[in-house]
Write a protein that binds this ligand. Sequence first.
Ligand SMILES: [Fe+2]
Ligand SMILES: [Fe+2]
Length: 268
Amino acid sequence: MKVLLIGDIIGQPGRVVVEREVIRLREERAIDLVVANCENVAGGAGVTPSTAEDLFRAGVDVLTSGNHVWRKREALELLKLDPRVLRPANYPDGTPGTGSTIVETLSGHKVGILNVMGRVFMEPLDCPFRAAERELRRLSLVTPVIIVDMHAEATSEKVAMGWFLDGKVSAVFGTHTHIPTADERILPQGTAFITDVGMTGPYDSVIGRRVDQILERFLSNRPVKSDVAEGNVQLRGLLVDVDQRTGKATAVERITRVLDGAIPAHRD
Ligand SMILES: [Fe+2]
Ligand SMILES: [Fe+2]
């Protein structure tokens, strides 16, 4: 089976390229399941029921997230009510929502999806490695096909998670830095890995935000507002072939789609 993994989708430009490309990609490449990170989808930070719905309608099956998922108040209800929307599993007990889920593809295959978040240069959460171990004990009783979004800042922590889970899951894909890395591979025990799949959004930007505003912030050392940028909008993803009987990855390929034409007038 084929799974498409998409990193942080940035605001309206990100939604537009997902809306134009994902259903087409699903058909062209016979993709069975699409997982995407939604932490930046609503106006560049957070997720709302309507922006999540836009992504589901555009052909995304499961949404993972990260540190920015809490930025819009409506996300709390979404996380409580919609099992297709995940937050990292290693938040404290009692945090709304869930960090893992199992879905069934149209061809009838069950797939586990797990979301964890790193701790290096980030908030002090529970250990993502132990949390992954705990969640996998449950997921792997149901299916050998398991996808993990490791949302983290440090490349070392993400690479370590790949090795930690090698042979235990089908794929570990890094998100959060918004910068795609070129190290996609299949680890020795059959786990597909990439340090960061990169953002889906405007690449004429500083990790999705307007260049002029971010430069002003760096040059002045003062807080300056930062809007979502608009130019050079791209979808970046990782396409993984998985043997559904064993859960092992058999091929990985980075996917890039550039949006041609302007994005429509702004809506959040
Ligand atoms: Fe992000
Ligand atoms: Fe993040």
